[in-house]
Design a protein around this ligand. Structure first.
Ligand code: HDE
Length: 704
């Protein structure tokens, strides 16, 4: 039995603390037990009373009734009963990490925001990625927009940049957000589908909202099935304002650019990954940070003035439009590095509360009607979700700079102000008097003039719904265009009501005739009469390479994962040299074997596989190698999971490296005898050269 050993000094220190100032946190200080794994704390109740027995409820006799008196049982069960809080109404499934933002190019001429003033200065950040539509327990590879929310703990307060991985949005006015989300989530009568837009309600709604068409192009592109959070861009979406120390303001759009390059998976992979590893994205972020391969993004800004805004063919306040980088280049001003996983998922990732209204001096809002609506929604939703107005007292939400105000009381008040005065003005002064405003450097809204008739109207410039949808489509590579058409066919094939399919299809000729043709063919339908456009399409918009994923891939295979299929008798030297070169190239290697236990190599040594073949399908990897012996090839040829492994890797156009002995197995798995430019024998290519090839990520020329 474990024995109480020591008493730490912390309780004495705690005794000196004044009431209301907690000196100890759960898990700190107190008596300890010696165990095989090291010292552990003595279990106590939430009141700090040591617990003698956590196995049995208090009973009257061995077979007698449980007693109400058992305060340890009652407290434990009561707390468990209340463990759940409402999940986020959107973006429920998310994953977050800590890190820092470093200013690389200070911009005091543009903004007085404190975090952008000094080169090399680091600001702590907390960044949460998410899917939008699915519940908290849904799978990571849903076709969906990804949230990209960053909380900057600046020296002048918290700034939340609550963005997405897509630079535009479905709707123009916050009024329609509840409708959009209702339509996208599970249908209310039947309670499904989960985390899917492939159903009637969603396509019914968007087909009636032509303003969604630009976003639909993005959502049907591979942007909606990223390979990893690490390999996607982030966008502030709205036009914001920068304000400098002189009060001069300019417009700004924010961009996060991953240093790792962009990468997505294919739809067939996404479907299979969801089954094989529903936590694929969160595991990827966790693994990368834990192994010291910290993901990094550059923060860029597009800054422009009224003159540009007036010359732009669309309204810069319309969140369904973007400003191409060709028109206003992105200026890199800093970088974000995520270098620490959370200590506790609930305390940090679940309880973090992002609010678009959290801005700091030097950053301000515009009249974008979506942004204005968000400023109400986020604060409001946190009160429900986190249980009261004091959610800023939770450590993950509290500023890391000093803060002083007269807000007090309410549920779970942890930071009630000290002193006598809890109102202002007061005549107490000093410690009793509390804080005062700072007219010189406190936050001041940009002074703008507004006039116009009070009415429910939208600017005429918001009415063009197809021009940028076309620009996006034409900016894609052929492979990406095909994926968009295939995604539309997949989604609309799940729609049961023909009229909805037809209505959606009627928008496509307004975007591109070839796209409309491909989708109509895929659905076995005729192209209907094009929908009437509210405003004539602006043709001849320049295509933008920045909008394509494939044109913005990585320049190396670093940070990607190679799945190595091994069998008994696999060449030991070959495996070692592959592993060594992979380490040099920053490539992660996972060994996939017929079992997770010992696999005996050619020289009699053994390795343990990371995955058994059916638990580690090739969809989990970016490229594959088959280092298998002749005997191994024969065995694998009789295994369905092994044949699927290579057949999928081939169909997903992955780069493949193999031994001569593996070749007959490939044919058994249905692969052609002739190799294409993405398949290599180990005798023909050195591992380092193979990794160079893999930097292209896929061999798209393969007809699979
Ligand atoms: Fe959100 N959104 N949103 N959204 N959003 C929420 O706030 C809302 C929009 C975004 O990791 C909610 O705390 C409205 C655009 C992210 O915790 C809620 C409108 C963009 C996250 C809310 C939008 C986003 C949210 C739900 C239209 C990209 C997750 C839980 C007017 C620029 C943040 C919560 C996290 C979360 C409302 C549109 C991004 C209900 C009303 C556009 C990344 O307040």
């Amino acid at each position: 039995m474990a024995k109480a050993k020591t008493r730490s000094k912390t309780p004495a220190k705690a005794a000196q603390a004044t009431a209301g100032e907690p000196q100890m946190r759960i898990g700190e200080g107190g008596e300890t037990h010696q165990t095989a794994g090291g010292d552990v704390a003595v279990m106590t109740t939430a009141q700090g009373v040591p617990v003698s027995d956590d196995q049995n409820t208090l009973r009257q006799g061995a077979r007698g009734p449980a007693l109400m008196e058992d305060f340890h049982f009652r407290e434990k069960m009561f707390h468990f009963d209340h463990e759940r809080i409402p999940e986020r109404v959107v973006h429920a499934r998310g994953y977050a990490a800590h890190g820092y933002f470093e200013t690389l190019d200070p911009i005091p001429d543009l903004t007085r925001a404190d975090l952008f003033q000094r080169k090399g200065e680091k600001t702590p950040v907390f960044c949460r990625f998410s899917t939008v539509a699915g519940n908290k327990g849904s799978a990571d590879l849903a076709r969906d927009v990804r949230g990209f929310a960053v909380k900057f703990y600046t020296q002048e307060g918290n700034w939340d940049l609550v963005g997405n991985n897509i630079p535009v949005f479905f709707i123009q006015d916050a009024m329609k957000f509840p409708d959009l989300i209702h339509a996208a989530k599970a249908e209310p009568d039947r309670g499904f589908p989960q985390a899917q837009t492939a159903h009637d309600n969603f396509w019914d709604f968007v087909s009636l909202m032509p303003e969604a068409m630009h976003m639909i192009m993005w959502a049907m592109s591979d942007r909606a099935i990223p390979r990893s959070f690490r390999f996607m861009e982030g966008f502030g979406v709205h036009t914001f304002r920068f304000v400098n120390a002189e009060g001069k303001s300019s417009y700004v759009k924010f961009h996060w650019k991953p240093k790792q390059g962009l990468q997505s998976v294919t739809w067939d992979e996404a479907l299979k990954i969801n089954g094989a590893d529903p936590d694929f994205h969160r595991r990827d972020l966790w693994d990368a940070i834990q192994s010291g391969d910290y993901p990094e993004w550059e923060l860029g800004v597009q800054v422009f003035d009224d003159e540009f805004a007036d010359s732009f063919p669309f309204d810069i306040l319309d969140a369904t439009k973007l400003i191409p980088e060709e028109d206003v280049p992105v200026r890199i001003i800093g970088r974000m590095v995520l270098d620490r996983v959370v200590d506790n998922f609930f305390a940090e990732t679940e309880q973090v509360a992002f609010c678009t209204q959290n801005v700091v001096p030097g950053i301000d809002f515009t009249n974008d009607p979506l942004l204005q609506g968000r400023n109400f929604s986020y604060l409001d939703t946190q009160i429900k979700r986190l249980g009261g107005p004091n959610f800023t007292h939770i450590p993950i939400n509290a500023p890391k700079c000093p803060f002083h105000h007269f807000q007090q009381d309410g549920h779970m008040a942890m930071h009630n102000p000290k002193g006598r005065a809890n109102y202002e003005p007061n005549s107490w002064g000093g410690e009793q008097g509390g804080p005062r405003e700072a007219p010189e450097h406190g936050f001041q809204s940009v002074q703008t003039e507004a006039d116009g008739v009070k009415d429910r109207v939208r600017s005429e410039l918001f009415a063009d719904h197809y021009s940028q949808a076309r620009q996006f489509y034409l900016s894609q590579t052929e492979v990406e265009q095909t994926h968009i058409a295939e995604a539309l066919v997949f989604e609309l094939s799940k729609v049961e009501t023909n009229a909805i399919r037809e209505r959606l299809l009627s928008h496509l000729p307004n975007i591109d005739d070839d796209l409309a043709q491909a989708v109509a063919e895929g659905l076995g339908m005729d192209i209907p009469v094009p929908a009437k456009a509210a405003r004539e399409r602006v043709d001849g918009l320049v295509t933008s390479d920045a909008l394509s994923i494939l044109k913005n891939g990585p320049d190396s295979f670093a940070g990607r994962k190679l799945g190595v299929l091994i069998s008994d008798g696999a060449d030991a030297k070959l495996l070692q040299s592959l592993q060594k070169e992979a380490e040099k190239a920053g490539v992660i290697v996972a060994l996939v074997g017929p079992r997770v236990g010992k696999v005996t190599l050619s020289d009699g040594s053994s390795v343990e596989a990371d995955e058994k073949i059916d638990g580690g399908p090739s969809v989990l990897f970016d490229a594959v190698a088959m280092l298998i012996s002749e005997e191994g090839a024969q065995k694998f040829a009789g295994m369905h999971a092994a044949k699927t492994w290579v057949a999928d890797a081939f169909a997903h156009r992955k780069f493949m490296l193999l031994t001569d002995e593996a070749a007959p197995f490939l044919q058994k798995a249905g692969l052609p005898e002739e190799f294409d430019g993405g398949m290599f024998y180990v005798r023909d290519i050195k591992p380092a050269a193979f990794f160079k090839e893999c930097a292209a990520l896929r061999f798209w020329d393969r007809a699979a």
